[in-house]
Design a protein around this ligand. Structure first.
Ligand code: GDP
Length: 456
């Protein structure tokens, strides 16, 4: 399949709406749409970056009244000729126009293919291409901001700058080994140690940002635990603002694990409401309890709900045992009733942030929301200008780069020969390159020629 064959797809959501956009990209994009478009001028004759009024005509029949945008290569999203047809947003008419385009010999684009072409044609790098996909999939505003930031090249710029530092040193070592008369490696170890430490710091900062970044993008896996009747389902209903879980006052009704995505000030929680943890002989309920114990182990965050109107009991103590090493918050629920459990009663057993709430009256929920923000993001997410890694592939590569750089530091501290650490430096360089989709082969040669071979 050639890269330049012409592809088409409906670019807007396929639902009945005001307008839809069909995007066409490739060598024949303009000429082939000309065959089905009738306007004041033919599209081949209009200027690039213009929008043109006309009709889509097929078998002498007017199919729709449209605006057609024309972008001539290389100044388009894909760097190819691109035509975008703004048609009426009915599902049928949009599909019909696409069908007509396909009948004219244009291929349907694969998912993500426009973005792939933008990458292959060098308009955006790999991390930017990934951020386009992220923007499309963003489920909340923080993730969206991070993705837009990445599309603007924030991650790429940092990666490129780190790679420049590394390749400079590799090139220096290669040149010095090649031409010891002109390049002195005396005292070089100290200089390289400093450079590598600085690069490690910056890589570590990116890795650290990914912990929040990935959580922001995918949501925080949250488990609500508490003994039966503590108010877990009621809390979930309030957070989800709808009646999904069944609320009753017979202990043990929440037997299934219910998953719900809720958004709290833009932070997404994937909530798993588990069966109340307690010793039980009931087989069905037992399955739920087993599930909730493994859910606790896998969760990022636990919301522990205590019925503050009755004394703590063994059910509470066994829950406390299971959550004490996890990130959690403790809610003293039923604050509208006479409370017999105090904050101190909890703190005698576990070092928790304790918040008093009434799931019934909806009190204290704001405090819970603020606590979640503090616990996970320390206000860090407010700063949208920070370079934030939101992609697991990027994080993995940064970790590998980090390991390679630490090997360099080891070799330096053991006074190993230079070629020893240049291998690890090269690995670090390669891993960073994979983030932005760069090949390494030619870079070193170029660097050596441009920086170190001036006089030769
Ligand atoms: P779960 O078993 O932990 O899921 O508990 P539920 O959410 O089903 O609640 C058990 C009972 O406690 C229900 O009758 C709720 O209406 C009641 N309940 C839940 N939260 C509160 C609260 O804040 N105040 C009062 N007074 N009752 C509550």
């Amino acid at each position: 399949m050639s890269n330049n064959d012409t592809i088409a797809a409906i670019s807007t959501a396929l639902s009945n709406s005001g307008i839809s956009i069909i995007r066409v990209s490739g060598d024949d994009a303009i000429t082939s749409i000309d065959k089905i478009y009738k306007g004041k001028k033919k599209l081949v004759d209009v200027e690039s970056h213009t929008i043109n009024y006309g009709h889509i005509i097929y078998n002498q029949e007017i199919i729709d009244e449209v605006f057609v945008s024309v972008f001539r290569e290389p100044n388009s999203f894909t760097r190819e000729n691109v035509v975008e047809i703004n048609c009426h947003g009915g599902v049928l008419v949009t599909r019909r126009i696409l069908e007509i385009i396909i009948r004219n010999g244009i291929r349907i684009a694969e998912p993500g293919e426009f973005t792939k072409r933008a990458f292959l044609n060098g308009r955006i790098d790999l991390s930017q291409a990934e951020s386009v996909m992220d923007i499309i999939e963003s489920s909340n505003e923080y993730a969206l901001n991070a993705s837009i930031n990445q599309l603007n090249g924030s991650v790429s710029r940092e990666i490129v700058s780190l790679r420049e530092k590394i390749i400079y040193e590799i090139a220096y070592i290669e040149s010095a080994l090649d031409d010891p008369e002109h390049y002195d490696l005396n005292g070089y170890n100290d200089r390289l140690t400093n450079v590598v430490k600085e690069v490690i710091n910056r890589v570590d900062k990116l890795i650290k940002s990914s912990n929040n970044g990935i959580l922001l993008k995918n949501g925080i896996n949250t488990v609500i635990v508490g003994k039966p009747n503590a108010g877990k389902s009621s809390l979930l209903n309030i957070l989800a603002k709808k009646d999904k879980a069944i609320v009753t006052d017979i202990p043990g009704t929440t037997r299934d694990i219910i998953e719900e995505q809720v958004s709290i000030n833009g932070i997404v929680l994937n909530i798993i409401d588990t069966a109340g943890i307690r010793e039980t002989d009931n087989v069905v309920e037992k399955i739920g309890v087993d599930k909730s114990i493994s859910a606790i182990e896998e969760a990022d965050f636990i919301i522990y709900v205590v019925d503050s109107s009755i004394e703590l009991d063994n059910n509470d103590y066994s829950i406390i045992e299971k959550i004490k090493n996890k990130k959690h918050v403790c809610l003293l629920n039923k604050s509208d009733l006479t409370n017999v459990v105090s904050e101190d009663d909890i703190r005698n057993h576990i070092n928790s942030k304790v918040i008093s709430i009434s799931a019934k009256e909806g009190k204290g929920i704001n405090d819970l929301e603020n606590e979640i923000k503090d616990l996970f993001f320390n206000g860090e997410i407010e700063d949208n200008n920070e370079v934030v890694i939101t992609n697991i592939r990027h994080k993995d590569l940064l970790c590998k780069c980090d390991e390679s750089l630490k090997l360099v530091l080891d070799s330096l501290s053991q006074d190993m020969p230079e070629d020893f650490y240049s291998i690890d430096l090269m690995d670090a360089y390669k891993y960073l390159g994979l983030i932005i989709g760069q090949e390494i082969e030619d870079d070193l040669v170029e660097e050596i020629f441009s920086k170190f071979c001036m006089g030769k």
